[in-house]
Design a protein around this ligand. Structure first.
Ligand SMILES: *Cc1c(COP(=O)(O)O)cnc(C)c1O
Length: 453
């Protein structure tokens, strides 16, 4: 018997299932929901090798700010590729890294004037944690060795980053391996009007119980993304800064997901204080994901003069000796500089305000939809929750498949449907997104209703 000819798409998908161990995936489910074989990308659209197109509503895991195969970013990488793809950043330096560090410093008004480079988000978090502890140690305060993080916070999945991550599905299996961090209440606004005060009281309790032992608090400013786009107000961040000062604890703002204009300002943290108020800036900011526009892995840890000075010594061991092979990769830095060019030249933030308003207008009907709760938005992140009592088995997977059939690539987090699109939205695109989301929701929830009936 001859085998049925496989379409190129199925072929690549099947080969992938055999040879590629996909991230964040139970492979037994991937066999049922085979990966899309994506052949190319253009703007907000991805094309599979059948020519079928999909709108990349989650910006390929939140990295793709200006669409796929953006000309200006690609040209910057190509130019760098022909000039200097990579050189080690110990004992050498290069223009793209220097330029990037200077520009990021300028974006913080020189409050965080020192940039340490790494390759992905989790490694930036590791660096911030190590740097915080080591900085206190260099100041003779080695007993400040504990970290505080928020309920349902997410900071990556290496062992150190996972220790300050409170998302059960990523963490539970590895819990015995992890350093003990203190988890305090989240200001998640879905929990009601009093939640912010409650979260602050819980943080105060923790910091005062562990006074003298806490090195740093790590938070995702304004939106706890992986938790299901849990949002809070800038006022929370202001109060957190005050508490960190009071208890002499570093504040690490993990802007890996919310940075680079996603929240409405370049850094989400900016929304919580007056422009000139440098003292309000966090002690560390981590950046990754969007900074290279969805092209190459790159992450950065920005920190203050005070932290930097605490390592300054003739003694090698007092230095920060951390490194990765590709630290400060020149291609990735060139891509990041092209992203910052776009912010400078294109007035991205003003355009994003318009795009966010278009999204809000298109999705407003969900505010009156009885199946939906907690419709919420912060800049270019829009989310809502399907009422838990309506969620059937494998809602997220079935919604994903229903949306695929409507030219939409989207992966809900549990019962939270969210959009985090490239910054390429207009009113018509927003309307398309709404219609595709609504039709997918109608399909999945009516299947569930008919099962119940
Ligand atoms: C994605 C993410 C990370 C981890 O980044 P990776 O590049 O996936 O390691 C850390 N913190 C936050 C807030 C993130 O969203």
């Amino acid at each position: 018997m001859t085998e049925l000819p496989m379409t190129p798409d199925q072929n690549l998908s099947r080969r992938s299932l055999a040879a590629v161990w996909h991230p964040c995936t139970q492979m037994a489910r991937a066999a049922v929901v085979p990966p899309l074989a994506i052949a190319r990308g253009e703007g907000a659209w991805l094309f599979d090798d059948q020519g079928q197109r999909y709108f990349d509503a989650n910006s390929s895991w939140w990295v793709n700010l200006f669409g796929h195969a953006d000309r200006a970013i690609n040209d910057a990488i190509k130019h760098q590729l022909d000039t200097l793809p990579h050189v080690m950043l110990a004992g050498c330096t290069h223009a793209p890294a220097v330029e990037l560090a200077e520009r990021l410093s300028a974006l913080t008004g020189a409050a965080l004037g020192h940039t340490f480079f790494a390759s992905d988000g989790a490694s930036a978090v590791e660096i911030a944690l190590k740097m915080s502890f080591h900085s206190w140690r260099n100041l003779g305060l080695a007993e400040k060795s504990e970290f505080v993080c928020l309920r349902h916070g997410y900071h990556g999945e290496t062992i150190g980053a996972l220790a300050v991550t409170d998302v059960a599905v990523f963490r539970d299996a590895y819990d015995p391996l992890l350093m003990r961090a203190h988890v305090v209440a989240s200001p998640d606004s879905r929990l009601g009007a009093g939640q912010e005060a409650l979260a602050l009281a819980d943080l105060r309790r923790c910091l005062s119980e562990r006074r003298g032992h806490v090195a740093a608090l790590i938070i995702e400013p304004l939106v706890q993304c992986a938790a299901g786009m849990a949002m809070h107000e800038p006022s929370y961040l202001r109060a957190v800064r005050v508490l960190c000062d009071e208890f002499e604890v570093h504040l690490i703002a993990d802007e890996i997901a919310v940075g680079c204009g996603r929240s409405g300002t370049f850094f989400a943290f900016e929304q919580s204080f007056e422009e000139a108020d440098k003292a309000r800036w966090p002690d560390f900011i981590t950046l990754s994901k969007g900074i290279s526009g969805g092209t190459l892995p790159l992450s950065l840890v920005l920190t203050t003069e005070a932290v930097y000075q605490s390592f300054w010594s003739e003694d090698v061991a007092r230095g920060f000796l951390h490194s990765h092979s590709y630290t400060g990769n020149a291609l990735a830095c060139a891509a990041a500089n092209a992203v910052l060019d776009r912010f400078e030249r294109g007035d991205v933030l003003a355009q994003n305000r318009q795009q966010a308003a278009d999204l809000a207008a298109a999705f407003a009907p969900f505010g009156q939809d009885a199946r939906v709760q907690h419709l919420r938005q912060r800049g270019m992140i829009l989310a809502f929750d399907v009422k838990p009592e309506l969620l059937g088995a494998r809602f997220s997977e079935r919604f994903h498949l229903a949306a695929r059939r409507r030219e939409l690539l989207i992966r809900p987090i549990g019962g939270t449907v969210y959009l985090m699109p490239p910054y390429l939205i207009d009113a018509a695109t927003a309307q398309f997104l709404f219609e595709a989301v609504k039709a997918s929701l109608d399909e999945v929830l009516s299947e569930d209703a008919s099962h119940v009936a």
